[in-house]
Ligand binder design. Structure first.
Ligand code: ADP
Ligand code: MG
Length: 750
């Protein structure tokens, strides 16, 4: 019967799929066509493909063996178990007792967190239960079991041909009759598990997929044979069949590789095509760094030697700046890796050509910080003095008159480097010959911001663009997420940094008193402490469990009060948060920097960029309210000087919190980013539903990093020879099949 079905057919073309089932498929799984159905891939989590188990009477099975028992449900016991510490373990257990119709023995099978099962398979229902035979508290059980409904009237002991009776299914719609799981068990291979819902259980999806695969003719392969060979990939037909119905685990792996590659290639082709379309007639600026300008002078006058990573980054920027095309580069590096020096060098390279450079930061605190850092870095060049480079800060909170004066000087080309916030985007900020744009913390800006900065040139040339982020992400992800940017990574910290020790404590730990004593001791030595709270004041309503029931999450205002009046009555305690005006904030930060304050209670306004080398203690209250990368950033505020630094993370219930555990285990930002990805998925970095990453069904950017790199390179080569894929019409189909152009737009980084 092969050949009857086409991928583009609606699911109703499958025998047994009527309007109701089609509606369920569309509603629950977004599956409308046969192609959609085949793209509803089985779960790739470990252990989700199961060996098909032999049907055998219980009396013949051994402990540890996976087998299928056929029989009737004698009863259910459903209950909520006591949860273990840290909230682990199932929320709900439904325990079935099944009487084996082969030898009349009864066996229990516990099912975790599937409270609907007893309703679906009531007492008396005939079922096949597949699971691992184990002894639990003296009783034989089938563990990790799977339940398949069978026809009621099948002769005892006859597992085959029982599938059609599965209409006991809650959905009740007519069903595909491609045999049932128990019958399939006879023919070896692996069984897939599908992401399922109560109305559309995995077994039911599996049957539909099998029917479709049986009816489909062999599928053509759109991938050029050369690419397939280069990477040793199986053909598409095999890949699609084996991901669903694999003969063995090796076949799953090879099928997955092929499908992952297709997804990534499609995405990379789409991203790169967009980039080249956009840049078709974009002219850049060739501004090769001069050997005797300020940029060179900066490096020659440094009080320290640049790290190897910084030198490498500067070499890459050197090439970009000199090229005629516009630069689009991402510079990522962990906190403290020294990105500012690299950016400063590039800005001076543009200034050496008589042009201006702009650095845009997401907050005033950060912009001020950059401004100060640049002043210090450029001091040996005579910054601000006649004959030296001129660096100015442009923020919204400058007094109007002062701003007007400054803008006039900017327009006259007298300001070499402009540092600022969004205020830089305003039209009246008009440097006459903008050569380089640096955008810090890219993910806080939209593409349109960068385009507006770029469009400050009205001669049709694009300034070079450097994007910096202190949220390091695995390279594979950067290459996709910022597919239109080249990526440079600072993967080395300047020497001499003391690693920060990290301690996780319960909020009500008696060790809090020790910590307070420790902070006082450090303060006596001239060191300083940050004390970070999630809320500004008590008006923020969130609560957490406390010793006497719920309590509010820690707020900066109250914590500052408490510390200043109690444990730190003899110290100077300051308070900074986002509701203060920029001037107030700056005054407090200044006091802390100068040492007029010993302890700075703050919200996450100190999260990025704040650089106070004497700060050696970072305390975070209710740290479980923050994400991994946020906590890592906060911790990066200490350990910037020569003295040993400490980070203390308080949480109401720290036990079993994987984020806090990860943070105390490592200070490597890239390792933490990977953990974050593992824990939260790729969506943790930005909203995947709105971006091209939503089109990645099988590919996992961390795990499949090598494939990302190959696909990116292949896409580059293909498009270099054939920018619109004129010679590869079949690849158009791959792209169209995998990438939604609207979502792709959200991946643009400008
Ligand atoms: P990032 O912006 O990447 O977090 P910064 O550029 O603020 O890091 O650098 C952190 C600190 O390290 C600054 O005080 C800077 O002057 C210093 N620094 C940068 N590069 C080096 C280096 N190669 N050796 C020693 N110190 C460095
Ligand atoms: Mg250039």
């Amino acid at each position: 019967m092969a050949g009857r079905l086409d991928l583009s057919d609606p699911v109703t073309a499958l025998p047994g799929v009527g309007a109701r089932l089609a509606e369920l498929l569309a509603e629950h799984l977004g599956v409308r066509t046969v192609a959609d159905l085949l793209a509803h891939y089985p779960s790739q989590e470990p252990g989700k493909y199961r060996e098909r188990a032999a049907v055998k009477p219980l009396g013949e099975a051994r402990i540890g063996e996976t087998l299928t028992v056929i029989g009737r449900i004698e009863g259910w016991h459903a209950f909520t178990p006591r949860r273990r510490r840290g909230g682990k373990g199932p929320k709900h257990i439904a325990r079935a007792t099944v009487r084996d119709e082969g030898d009349g023995q009864a066996i229990a099978a516990p099912f975790f967190n599937q409270p609907w099962l007893p309703g679906r398979h009531p007492q008396g229902a005939r079922v096949a239960v597949t699971g691992r035979l184990e002894r639990y508290r003296g009783e034989l059980q089938l563990r990790s079991a799977r339940l398949t409904p069978l026809a009621h009237d099948a002769p005892a002991g006859d597992a085959a041909g029982a599938g059609n009776g599965a209409s006991a299914d809650a959905a009740g719609a007519g069903d595909a009759a491609a045999g049932d799981a128990a019958a399939d068990d006879a023919d070896g291979g692996l069984l897939a598990t599908y992401p399922a819902t109560a109305a559309l259980p995995s077994e039911r999806i599996a049957r539909l997929v099998r029917t479709a695969l049986e009816l489909l003719p062999p599928l053509p392969d759109p991938l050029p044979a050369a690419l397939r060979q280069r990477h040793g990939l199986v053909c598409r037909d095999t890949a699609l069949r084996h991901i669903h119905v694999p003969p063995d685990r090796e076949a799953v792996r090879r099928a997955r590789d092929r499908l992952v590659y297709d997804e990534l290639l499609a995405l990379q082709l789409a991203i790169q095509q967009r980039r080249s379309e956009r840049e078709q007639d974009a002219r850049g600026l060739a501004q090769p760094p001069a050997p005797d300008g300020w940029a060179a002078g900066l490096l020659a006058g440094l009080p320290f030697a640049p790290t190897g990573a910084q030198r490498h980054a500067i070499a890459e920027l050197h090439a970009d700046l000199g090229a005629a095309g516009p630069m689009h580069r991402l510079l990522q590096g962990d906190v403290g890796s020294g990105k500012t020096l690299v950016a400063a060098w590039a800005m001076l390279a543009a200034v050496d050509h008589g042009r201006q450079a702009a650095l845009m930061a997401p907050t005033e605190v950060l912009a001020e910080q950059h401004h100060r850092t640049l002043q210090a870095l450029l001091a040996p060049l005579g910054v601000g003095a006649p004959g030296g480079p001129r660096v100015e800060l442009v923020t919204g909170s400058l007094p109007a008159r002062q701003l007007r004066g400054l803008l006039a000087e900017v327009a006259a080309g007298e300001v070499d480097v402009l540092v600022g916030t969004h205020a830089l985007l305003e039209q009246r900020v008009a440097p006459p010959d903008l050569g380089l744009v640096v955008v810090d913390e890219q993910h806080r800006f939209g593409v349109e911001h960068r385009i507006r900065l770029r469009d400050k040139r009205d001669d049709g040339h694009h300034p070079d663009v450097l994007v910096m982020t202190a949220t390091p992400i695995p390279r594979s992800l950067a290459l996709t997420l910022y597919g239109d940017l080249d990526v440079t990574t600072l993967d080395e910290l300047p020497p001499g940094r003391q690693p920060v020790t990290t301690t996780v404590l319960r909020s009500d730990s008696p060790r809090r008193a020790n910590l307070e004593r420790f902070v006082r001791e450090r303060a006596a030595e001239g060191e300083r402490a940050f004390w970070v709270c999630p809320a500004v004041d008590a008006s923020e309503v969130a609560t957490v469990p406390g010793p006497e029931g719920e309590r509010s999450i820690a707020s900066a205002v109250e914590t500052a009060d408490h510390l200043a009046q109690g444990p730190f009555a003899d110290l100077a305690v300051g308070l900074v948060h986002g509701r203060l005006s920029a001037a107030e904030r700056e005054a407090v930060m200044d006091d802390f920097r100068r040492g007029a304050l010993d302890v700075l209670v703050a919200t996450t306004v100190v999260e990025v960029g704040v650089d106070v080398p004497e700060a050696t203690v970072m305390v975070v209250e209710d740290a479980d309210r923050f994400g991994i990368s946020q906590l890592h950033q906060l911790r990066g505020r200490v350990g910037r000087g020569r003295a040993r630094s400490h980070c203390v993370l308080f949480a109401a219930e720290p036990e079993g919190n994987r984020r806090l555990e990860a943070l105390s285990a490592t200070t490597d930002g890239f390792a933490l980013a990977e953990t974050d990805l593992e824990l939260r998925g790729e969506g943790s970095l930005f909203d995947t539903r709105q971006s091209g990453l939503a089109d990645l069904r099988l590919a996992r950017l961390v795990r499949d990093g090598a494939w990302v790199a190959r696909a990116r390179e292949d896409a580059r080569r293909l498009l270099a020879d054939d920018p619109v894929l004129a010679d590869h019409p079949e690849l158009h189909a791959v792209v169209r099949g995998h990438v939604d152009p609207e979502r792709l737009a959200a991946l643009d980084s400008g």
